[in-house]
Design a protein around this ligand. Structure first.
Ligand code: ADP
Ligand code: MG
Length: 247
């Protein structure tokens, strides 16, 4: 397989903050339609890696290619347009708007949240909202004010807002933090559904959850990749047990 066949090719990526290498010469390849889980101890550089891919943080060195296009010099909003979606740890939904409106304003037509309310929504947008609402399990909740949703539903809504843009790479940072057991199960199902049409990178701590969703797991430590492979392979790796799973 040549590098051009990957959805995402990260090569020799480095970022230093005042001389401290939070990401240290890291190389990582993600396939099309792959669901990759990244685990590792606190401070390993997991969130920083997503910051570098989405463009929130600029790399000090190395390469990030998305569908074979170099991203490192592109601004964050351009990367969004290229098809990269990123969910941060804290949900950022519009609490006073309905679920429908939250999804509607996320449709990529460049409209502001205020502008969108004054417009009659087109059939195309409505149809897309319906598809996404079903995908995230909120189709029966479209008229509800987003602020009244459960914590888990708010997380799904934010994933839905990203799905409105139909990203080819979706990155989620600890999506099940604070969720109930049932919400975790539903989130696992959701992730398995959405990776059928796109690549997904998930950072997660909860090993039960990782076992449910993971095909391939990358273990990070001190800005580097410590191990990579199936859940069974990394769980049995003495290096991984030593720095992460043994604690
Ligand atoms: P993880 O998500 O794996 O817990 P992070 O990526 O948040 O780890 O952090 C990795 C390391 O980089 C930590 O030591 C953190 O303090 C440091 N770091 C992250 N972002 C910055 C920044 N903007 N400036 C300085 N140090 C940072
Ligand atoms: Mg983090």
């Amino acid at each position: 397989m040549s590098n051009t066949d990957f959805a995402l090719a990260v090569e020799d990526l480095t970022v230093s903050f005042d001389g401290f290498k939070a990401i240290d010469n890291l190389t990582l390849y993600i396939d099309k339609n792959e669901l990759r889980v990244i685990i590792g101890p606190n401070g390993a550089g997991k969130t920083t890696l997503l910051d570098l891919i989405c463009g929130k943080t600029k790399a000090s060195g190395g390469s990030i290619k998305f569908k074979n296009e170099e991203l490192t010099q592109l601004d964050e909003h351009i990367r969004v347009r290229r098809g990269i979606g990123r969910k941060f740890q804290t949900p950022s939904i519009y609490e006073n708007l309905s679920v429908f409106q939250n999804l509607e304003v996320s449709y990529p037509t460049g409209r502001s949240v205020f502008g969108a309310l004054g417009f009659k929504c087109t059939d195309e947008v409505k149809a897309r909202v319906q598809v996404v609402a079903e995908e995230i399990g909120l189709a029966d909740t479209l008229e509800k004010e987003a602020g009244l949703l459960s914590h888990g539903q708010k997380q799904w809504l934010e994933i839905g807002m990203l799905l409105m843009q139909d990203p080819e790479l979706l990155m989620l940072d600890e999506p099940i933090a604070g969720m109930s057991a049932r919400e975790r199960e539903l989130t696992a199902d959701l992730l398995k559904r959405i990776c059928k049409n796109r690549s997904v990178i998930v950072i997660e701590h909860d090993m039960e959850f990782v076992k449910q969703i993971a095909h391939k797991v990358t273990v990070m430590h001190q800005g580097k990749i410590l191990a990579e492979g199936s859940m069974a392979t990394v769980q049995a790796d003495p290096k991984v047990i030593d720095v992460y799973l043994g604690h």
